[in-house]
Ligand binder design. Structure first.
Ligand code: NAP
Length: 478
């Protein structure tokens, strides 16, 4: 142990930057250590916690969102604090964090998206899934975006679960969406949208799709929607067939079964269609003022030198007339000021969660990383638990080995005074719980689980008013 660090005389002070699942699982693992006295301060640039659980998970997947109850328990620990509406780089610097904490854990996720790299990718009507998902989930960063959903045709590029979420939300009846916590502005825009046909484009075959069974099955359960799959496209090529035989995989096999069922299902003439295409890649967006069509090339599969099955283009191209393109081809991490960054992979370079300084090939003392900014944008919420535990175990080993920031750090009150000067309106966990309550009250009238605030000023104002009303009532009673 590093002196008496981690004992009641000198609690270990840890900052966690980001309040999504990976940040909370890191906090939980620290709290679970027998005999370790740890004070955890979790920061978020938004007044609201939970990262992609709030801003990414689809609004019609409320059960998945109930994982936040676990996070509430972690936050209820007496030595846990949440500082929302505090942005690293704007309100608190890397230098501050190094001065105030023995260890820092970055849990900032992957904030932007990958690019397709095709001509006219940025014409009006072509959007990233990151923007659309953030917009329909009331994320303040995307509040002011406008989506013209009047076109009859849309393409969703990608074959992951985000692509499935997008296709489903675009095809869902508005009355079903109204019973979710979808953003009010998104519900208004989606109600009466003109979209009749949604093309989901996978660059590889059905055996290589990244989506999972539940998400694929949900498409087939949407009322008023036909799912269209060309039987020729679910017939496996010899390479995929050999791979399927050699490598058992239940998710993939169930996907193939479901796709075969869709291919055999008679069409009902439903008002909307979701067409699942395989072995196609976008080549260019066609249009002048806005998206008018998307040209795709048909691919074939080959085995690359590393043994993976990859797509390569053939001569065959098709142009689909449509007015909307959503690229759902993966998220991408962005650098943080003062922290090493691997721009190729979009992650913070690390070994078992210890941030590595590429200039010297050694760990950066007392700095760790968890979640998507550590391993790249893959995995479900639960994947973050072992991932965060690994990083925290590295931190604990460094504590035992005497490798954390050695200097004495100021007490929490000193930090709070600094924050109060820099960011008077920082939001505590109790404040967030009031915002949470206010959102739920707003939803009660319409039967929605909540109506989210989509602007930071709006939530801060509502919070202020509720606190003032509570104080006035207390004064009257007292
Ligand atoms: P993902 O699962 O990695 O899928 C990305 C898809 O984009 C893949 O099909 C990939 O194809 C394709 N792609 C990549 N580059 C492309 C390009 N240049 N052109 C065409 N296609 C391209 O990523 P995601 O959908 O963003 O999801 C991220 C993570 O969140 C995943 O682990 C996902 O399971 C999880 N998630 C889960 C849920 C849920 O549980 N309901 C919901 C949303 C997200 P290749 O395979 O050929 O590379």
């Amino acid at each position: 142990m590093q002196g008496d660090l981690g004992t009641p005389a000198a609690p270990l002070r840890v900052a966690i930057i980001g309040s999504g699942p990976s940040g909370f699982y890191a906090a939980e693992h620290l709290q679970e250590q027998d005999g370790l006295e740890v004070q955890i301060d979790m920061y978020d640039r938004l007044p609201t916690p939970f990262g992609l659980v709030r801003g990414g998970v689809a609004p019609d997947h409320q059960k998945i969102k109930s994982v936040t109850r676990v996070y509430d328990k972690i936050a209820a620990h007496p030595e846990f604090r949440f500082y929302g509406n505090v942005e690293m780089g704007r309100d608190i610097t890397h230098e501050d964090l190094s001065a105030y904490y023995h260890a820092i854990i970055y849990a900032v996720g992957a904030r932007t998206d990958r690019r397709m790299g095709i001509p006219r990718e940025y014409l009006p009507g072509s959007h990233s899934a990151t923007e659309f998902v953030g917009w329909y989930n009331a994320h303040p960063d995307f509040r002011s975006l406008g989506f013209d959903l009047s076109s009859t045709g849309a393409a969703v590029v990608g074959n992951g679960n985000v692509a499935m979420d997008l296709a489903r939300i675009l095809a869902s009846p508005p009355e079903a969406l109204a019973a979710t916590d979808i953003a009010e502005h998104a519900l208004r825009a989606l109600t009466g949208n003109g979209i009749r046909e949604i093309h989901v484009l996978g660059r590889r075959g059905p055996a290589q799709a990244a989506f999972t069974n539940k998400e694929l099955k949900e498409l087939g359960e949407l009322p008023g929607v036909d799912v269209v799959v060309d039987p020729a496209e679910v017939a496996l090529d010899p390479l995929s067939e050999a791979d399927v035989a050699a490598r058992p995989n239940r998710t993939r096999d169930r996907n193939l079964e479901l796709l075969r069922e869709y291919a055999e299902r008679p069409l009902t003439g439903a008002p909307k269609r979701i067409v699942l295409h395989f072995l196609v890649s976008p080549v260019e967006i066609v249009g002048t003022e806005r998206v008018e069509a998307l040209t795709i090339v048909h691919n074939e599969l080959y085995e690359s030198e590393d043994g993976s099955i990859r797509p390569r283009p053939t001569e065959r191209q098709t142009t689909i007339p449509l007015g909307l393109v959503f690229r759902a081809i993966g998220y991408q991490g962005v650098p943080l000021p003062g922290i090493p960054f691997d721009a190729m992979r979009g992650v913070i370079p690390n070994e078992a969660g210890r941030i590595m300084d590429p200039r010297v090939g050694a760990p950066v003392q007392g700095e760790y990383v968890v979640g998507w900014i550590k391993r790249g944008p893959q995995g479900i919420i639960g994947t973050n638990k072992p991932d965060s535990q690994e990083s925290v175990d590295s931190l604990l080993a460094d504590l035992r080995g005497g490798h954390l920031n050695k200097h004495e750090v100021p007490a929490r009150e000193v930090l709070e005074r600094l924050l109060g000067e820099r960011r008077r309106d920082f939001v505590s966990y109790e404040d967030w719980q009031l915002i949470d309550l206010l959102e739920q009250e707003r939803g009660a009238a319409s039967g929605a689980p909540r109506v989210k605030f989509s602007r930071v000023e709006e939530m801060l104002q509502a919070l202020k008013e509720r606190k003032r009303a509570a104080a006035e009532e207390a004064a009257r009673e007292g």
